[in-house]
Design a protein around this ligand. Structure first.
Ligand SMILES: NC(=O)c1ccc[n+]([C@@H]2O[C@H](COP(=O)([O-])OP(=O)(O)OC[C@H]3O[C@@H](n4cnc5c(N)ncnc54)[C@H](O)[C@@H]3O)[C@@H](O)[C@H]2O)c1
Length: 358
């Protein structure tokens, strides 16, 4: 085993500190600095160097890798500077706030060859892996109907910061996770219809969204999400993934149904008929074995290998860009009242840059 990967965390807020704790707990990583223009308190708390901005970090400390946990609208510009300096990055979700800037970042990854992992950490969670595998096994038959819930009530002072301005909102902060993980488990989303509302909080960004999704395999889906609703349903409260949140472990956040059966996540409970499907007959409840373990530690272990060039990222910029294409389509659908096709924007992000004419 070589020396630990020397990582600097950009952004010393809630998520940056969560990453810092993960780095300290992993013997393959070393926390070298925390960058925050507003405060040196987190750096002092973790006993590491403080820099007020990432250009001074990159010039003076030259870490092996960085984790970008700044406000959403700074992810792409910050990551571009790190790539230009040859420093691999784990970029928090959302990878960018619109498909255009994600396109720019994807092109920079391609040009520089510097690896980037996007922080859709739920994909590293063993329960999501088990659900994805079960769906892929065909036990559910053909996917028909997919439902996701993410409902919580955040405190008012949560919105005293960047979280009340453009680039935030429940879609880009929270439902981006649900959209990403549904894509991961159930396949690509091809078109959307959406309603959003700011009525509960009165901010410029939406606090509530109701999304209707069409999947490439033909299934229809819905996501209902709100940061203003008191309710027990949502990955953070149901999965035990993050001890920051009080838990409601019996409640489901994803309900995925096919022609032969259904599965409830994160409990991994399944329902099917013993014989031929008959809506008057009792369903049999069964259980996919529940794997243990969390997501953030696995994500960091994976990032060490990505930064060293040993494996490709589980969530690349182009892949996370397809999730942003869905978010962008939801915003456009809500604005126009029209059904919006996702494929064109998403395919542009996935396609390699066009060759220059000879
Ligand atoms: N993966 C997850 O589950 C998850 C959870 C929470 C937040 N996030 C993401 O992490 C990011 C940070 O969210 P948060 O909740 O920690 O926000 P936060 O407001 O608590 O922290 C952000 C910090 O970044 C600092 N900052 C501002 N400009 C900066 C710059 N140019 N360079 C370095 N630091 C800068 C701010 O001073 C602040 O301390 C967001 O993109 C958010 O979407 C991800």
């Amino acid at each position: 085993m070589g020396s630990p990967l020397r990582i600097a965390v950009l952004g010393g807020g809630r998520m940056g500190q969560s990453h810092a704790r993960q780095i300290l707990a992993n013997p393959d990583t070393e926390l070298v600095a925390i960058i925050d223009p507003a405060t040196d308190q987190p750096a002092r708390q973790f006993g590491v160097a403080h820099f007020p901005d990432h250009p001074s970090l990159l010039a003076q400390a030259r870490p092996d890798a960085v984790i970008v946990a700044t406000p959403n609208d700074l992810h792409v510009p910050t990551a571009l500077d790190c790539l230009a300096a040859g420093v691999p990055a784990l970029v928090e979700k959302p990878v960018g706030v619109n498909p255009q800037e994600v396109d720019e970042l994807a092109a920079a990854v391609q040009t520089t060859g510097v690896p980037v992992l996007v922080g859709h950490h739920r994909r590293h969670h063993p329960v999501i892996g088990a659900a994805k595998q079960y769906i892929a096994s065909g036990e559910l038959g053909q996917l028909v109907a997919i439902n996701a819930l993410w409902l919580t009530r955040k405190p008012a002072d949560y919105f005293d910061t960047w979280r009340s301005a453009a680039g935030a909102g429940v879609l880009l902060i929270n439902l981006v996770h649900d959209i990403d993980v549904l894509r991961y488990m159930c396949g690509e989303i091809t078109s959307v219809v959406a309603l959003t509302s700011s009525a509960a909080r009165g901010l410029v960004v939406e606090d509530t969204a109701s999304l209707t999704l069409q999947f490439a395999g033909g299934a229809l889906g819905s996501i209902i999400g709100s940061d203003a609703a008191v309710a027990p349903w949502g990955w953070d409260k149901n999965s035990g993934d993050d001890p920051y949140f009080a838990q409601e472990p019996d409640q489901p956040c994803f309900m995925i149904a096919g022609t032969r059966g259904s599965i409830q996540v994160p409990q991994l409970a399944t329902w099917s008929y013993q014989g031929q499907a008959d809506w008057t007959a009792p369903l049999t409840r069964d259980q996919v074995p529940l794997p243990a373990g969390g997501a953030l530690d696995r994500q960091l272990a994976h990032f060490v290998r990505v930064a060293r060039g040993e494996v490709p990222p589980l969530v690349s910029v182009r892949d996370a860009g397809r999730t942003i294409a869905v978010v962008d389509a939801c915003h456009r659908a809500a604005r126009t009242g029209q059904r919006v096709d996702v494929t064109e924007t998403a395919d542009r992000l996935t396609a390699p840059p066009l060759q220059a004419a000879r």
